[in-house]
Ligand binder design. Structure first.
Ligand code: SAM
Length: 281
């Protein structure tokens, strides 16, 4: 049996009783960071062998873990925090275990995305988990451009090192009025929920560097109906203006054609007109 065990995202009191029982009962724990895992186990008085399973050894380690499972051993997969596989390693192991006919059992619990959604005050009936945006600015802006017309609530994981840059990009692409919540340090001492829209969140983070620290989930309300339909032509120019600052014309046209659903030649003509340097046309 392979157990996929969620662990706390900050507050150790959030571990489930079942998680403790499973971690106590398995033959081996596969952990993203063995040191952090041992600290967690020590806190709950659990003694169990721990092996490393992370992004850099996933391929080779999966084979060994599968052997243990095939031989009848039980393994628990844990990540540093929250639910394994959610922006964390484990996908390969779970897929291969299922393909090998091994029973895979969820031991659910904390997950930063779900915790943030539960308190943000944005629609939760339909949402999109985007994980981490690309680290490079041009790629990040292109990804945000692709998401502009998305009508569901967007959930984004962000690193404290990049949060300010990302918020500036979000303001540029989505505008300041888009509903937005920044959920920081959930379940921890400095838990904070900021803002009602992008402009407010950006202003709060710019004016208080402390708001850039710690672990962050950024949530954006989905596009309102008028942004997706009525004003689509106006937003075409806005999208092009933003993307052309960072991308070659052909890439900007490809992104905007995909986002807007408008004919490529129409977008291309609009891009030529919107290009900042007329000499280069
Ligand atoms: N598997 C984890 C989960 O279930 O949420 C996510 C792991 S991912 C590598 C780490 C990211 O999750 C952080 O950069 C942050 O965006 C988010 N995160 C984790 N703990 C958090 C917390 N306590 N408050 C806010 N965001 C958190």
């Amino acid at each position: 049996m392979l157990y996929v065990v969620a662990t706390p995202i900050g507050n150790l009191g959030d571990i489930t009783q079942r998680a403790v029982e499973v971690l106590r009962g398995v033959d081996l724990i596969a952990a993203e960071d063995t040191r952090r895992c041992r600290q967690l186990l020590a806190h709950f008085g659990i003694a169990c062998p721990v092996t490393a399973y992370h992004d850099h050894n996933e391929t080779q380690r999966s084979a060994g873990l599968l052997r243990t499972l095939r031989d009848g051993g039980s393994v628990a997969l844990v990540s540093d925090a929250g639910t394994p596989l959610i922006s964390d390693p484990g996908f390969r192991l779970v897929r291969e275990a299922r393909e090998a006919g091994i029973r895979v059992v969820a031991v659910p619990g904390p997950c930063a995305a779900v915790a943030a959604l539960s308190v943000a005050g944005l629609p939760t009936d339909r949402f999109v988990f985007e994980g981490f945006l690309p680290a490079r600015r041009a790629a990040r802006q292109a990804r945000l451009g692709e998401l502009l017309a998305e009508s569901r609530t967007l959930v984004i994981y962000e690193s404290p090192r990049r949060v300010l840059e990302t918020l500036r990009d979000v303001a540029q692409v989505f505008g300041g009025a888009r509903p937005c919540t920044l959920a920081r340090e959930l379940t921890k001492l400095h838990e904070t929920l900021l803002g009602a829209n992008v402009a407010e969140v950006l202003a709060a983070v710019e004016s208080d560097p402390e708001q850039q620290l710690g672990e962050i989930v950024l949530l954006l309300g989905g596009a309102a109906e008028r942004e997706r339909t009525g004003d689509a032509v106006a937003s075409l120019d806005t999208m092009l203006a933003v993307l052309l600052e960072h991308l070659p014309l052909s890439e900007a046209v490809a992104c905007v054609t995909r986002i807007s659903g408008r004919p490529r030649n129409e977008v291309y003509r609009a891009a030529l007109a919107a290009r900042p340097d007329p000499v280069a046309r």
